[in-house]
Ligand binder design. Structure first.
Ligand code: KG4
Ligand code: ZN
Length: 348
């Protein structure tokens, strides 16, 4: 750990949020600005990569200026620039990386290319000062994985999805129900007034540690079952929609709980000194799912840690923090770093 308190500017442009933040190594988020592109993508019902990249270009420089102003920090006071180097929509990643390289070159600062998933994975250390190792359930629009985080630069993948990511399933089902993107928050809100037992949707791959993929996820069968159910009803009442949302969310809760139970059991068998189950990514904003995961953590005698909602969805504070973790390990990146559309955490 470096003695001096470091101040890092973080930049995130890997999907449909343009974000800039200033974070210090003593865990203070001095500013954290996110501009969501929802209006740009609304007519298309999903994120259009070309439109996303152009929208990042239009606002990124002003957003960085605002983040520095809010933090009351100048470029000269920074100790490094951290940016999402991938994985993500490559046009957007290039916009952020080029901007960060330019700032690093002009102000002679360390350039830190951060894996977006590492940003999500390490957020709990920014908010809760967690010790390694911990078990991480990463659930977002693009990813659904269970990992053991052994260190800021050492991730062990236990399982991932064989088809859709869980956030993607929320968004696709929301689209069928006529909700706008991203549909997760609206499904959660409707589910509060719905009957979770009305529709017995499948729980893909659930079945204990003895089955072939105890840590893998699959959501396409569940998605198809919900689609078939929606198509069967000629017109859906508000009550029908609420019941579908609640039944779908309950199925997702069962799947995530089962996978986490299996992974925690694996860690117990391996005698890993694990103290926490951490949830990260946009879907971790869901309060119902948080409650379900708290129960599993309690069953296995580990703490359940979920960062505040604003730090679960995409943001640049998590990227700045992951940059600080890199600097603490004595790592930084060259200005020849090539933006990466795909970048698994295990490659780190
Ligand atoms: O991490 P994130 O902001 O972006 C990436 O995908 O990297 O996650 C966005 C995803 C979307 O699929 C969105 O529908 C989902 O997170 N999401 C939720 C909730 N809030 C956001 N899913 C379920 N319940 C929520 N409350
Ligand atoms: Zn994300």
């Amino acid at each position: 750990m470096l003695d001096k308190c470091m101040i890092i500017l973080g930049i995130e442009t890997s999907c449909d949020d343009t974000a800039a933040a200033v974070v210090t190594s003593d865990r203070v988020i001095k500013s954290n600005i996110v501009r969501t592109q929802s209006t740009e993508h609304l007519p298309f019902g999903g994120v259009v990569p070309e439109i996303a990249a152009r929208a990042h270009i239009e606002v990124l420089d002003q957003l960085i200026k605002n983040a520095l102003d809010q933090a009351n920090v100048t470029f000269k006071e920074l100790d490094g620039i951290a940016v999402t180097g991938g994985p993500g929509l490559i046009g957007g990643v290039i916009v952020g990386v080029m901007m960060a390289k330019a700032i690093a070159a002009v102000h002679n600062l360390p350039f830190l290319a951060v894996n977006h998933l590492a940003g999500h994975a390490l957020t709990a250390r920014l908010t809760n000062d967690l010790e390694f190792p911990y078990l991480l359930l990463l659930v977002s629009g693009g990813h659904c994985q269970i990992l053991i985080v052994h260190g800021a630069n050492h991730f062990q993948l236990l399982g991932t999805t064989i088809d859709d990511a869980v956030g993607e399933a929320f968004d696709k089902i929301g689209k069928l129900l006529g909700f706008s993107y991203p549909a997760g928050p609206q499904i959660e809100s409707l589910a509060k007034n719905g009957n979770p037992k009305r529709f017995p949707f499948p729980r893909p791959l659930v079945g204990g540690v003895k089955q072939t993929s105890p840590y893998a996820f699959s959501f396409s069968g569940l998605k198809t079952a919900v689609r078939t159910c929606i198509q069967k009803h000629l017109s859906l009442t508000c009550k029908d929609k609420a019941d579908i949302c609640a039944s779908f969310q309950a199925a997702v809760g069962d799947v995530l709980s089962d996978r986490c139970h299996n992974a925690l059991k694996w860690c117990e068998d391996k005698k890993l000194p694990l103290q926490s189950l951490v949830v990260a990514g946009g879907v971790a904003a869901n309060e119902y799912l948080r409650k379900r995961l708290t129960l599993i953590a309690n069953e296995h005698n580990v703490n359940f840690v979920a960062p505040p909602v604003a730090l679960c969805t995409d943001n640049a504070a998590m990227i700045a923090w992951a940059g600080i973790e890199r600097l603490n390990l004595g790592l930084s990146d060259g200005l020849d770093f090539a933006p990466r559309p795909r970048w698994s955490l295990e490659e780190i």
